[in-house]
Design a protein around this ligand. Structure first.
Ligand SMILES: NC(=O)c1ccc[n+]([C@@H]2O[C@H](COP(=O)([O-])OP(=O)(O)OC[C@H]3O[C@@H](n4cnc5c(N)ncnc54)[C@H](O)[C@@H]3O)[C@@H](O)[C@H]2O)c1
Length: 246
């Protein structure tokens, strides 16, 4: 086998690609030769991050929580490049509160973006992957989705749901040459910068590697799961977390 992790024939969709982990993942794929559709809800942030469309980068304004927006965004990618070979469901938000204070809006917003968004995108791309006989879906879950976290019942439920969703999609699509996997990251992004300093210091102490990762350190793991070479890996959650989950 030729171990190249070559993406020059691949079209990749990354959601939440205007910043943070999504932007780093998209940059990695672009460097690896892919055509990359960078999707985010905020068109101006997308433009700031990626500029105008080019032969290898297609910014797509897409609200993953809205099925119509996702269908139309995926339609644009397929019209432009003919396929979506890899989909990375990364877009995310946090609306934290202890459960007895969690509002309907906070609950719904987080479930809609993470779990709803992952579903909306997966449903839209799988028919194209089936047609191609090849597909790689990589979802972004969280340690919180497996172990819970104070103040994040909505986020934990959504991320836990993504794990169950990933395994089900893996089983449903395996016969079409499609794999579905997830990563559980731990990286210094805006989402992490919003954590109060004292709590962040406590959290850092629990990381065996002693630090939060640079977002780019998430990208290689995603690219591996999305590669041709990872053809026999499906339904797994890969912690890319500096050892936190050991
Ligand atoms: N940073 C970490 O350590 C960490 C840990 C566990 C899980 N995660 C997960 O990793 C993913 C990326 O997190 P991050 O830290 O880079 O966050 P971030 O806030 O830096 O980036 C999230 C991106 O998602 C976009 N987004 C939000 N709602 C959207 C929507 N409805 N439609 C389209 N785009 C939308 C935002 O505009 C933003 O660009 C999230 O799913 C998050 O839950 C992050």
């Amino acid at each position: 086998m030729n171990l190249t992790c070559d993406f020059s024939t691949r079209t990749v969709l990354v959601t939440g690609a205007a910043q943070g982990i999504g932007k780093a993942i998209a940059e990695f794929f672009r460097t690896a030769g892919a055509r990359v559709a960078v999707a985010d809800r905020d068109a101006s942030e997308l433009e700031k991050a990626w500029g105008s469309p080019s032969q290898t980068v297609l910014p797509v304004a897409m609200d993953v929580a809205d099925p119509t927006s996702v269908a139309s965004g995926v339609g644009i990618i397929v019209d432009t490049w003919g396929s979506v070979d890899v989909a990375v469901n990364n877009a995310g938000i946090a609306r934290d509160s202890v459960v007895w204070k969690l509002t309907d809006d906070q609950w719904k917003a987080v479930l809609d973006v993470h779990l709803g968004g992952t579903f909306n995108v997966t449903r839209a791309v799988v028919p194209h992957m089936r047609k191609a006989g090849f597909g790689r879906i990589v979802n972004v879950t969280s340690y919180t989705g497996m172990h819970g976290n104070v103040g994040q019942a909505n986020y934990a439920a959504a991320k836990g749901g993504i794990i169950a969703f990933t395994k089900t999609v893996a089983k449903e699509t395996a016969r079409f040459g499609i794999t579905a996997n997830a990563i559980s990251p731990n990286a210094a992004t805006a989402m992490v910068a919003a954590i109060p300093a004292e709590r962040l210091a406590e959290m850092t102490e629990t990381v065996p590697l002693g630090r939060f990762a640079d977002p780019s350190e998430m990208a290689a793991a995603v690219a591996f799961l999305a590669s041709e070479e990872a053809s026999y890996i499906t339904g797994v959650v890969l912690p890319v977390d500096g050892g936190v989950s050991m």
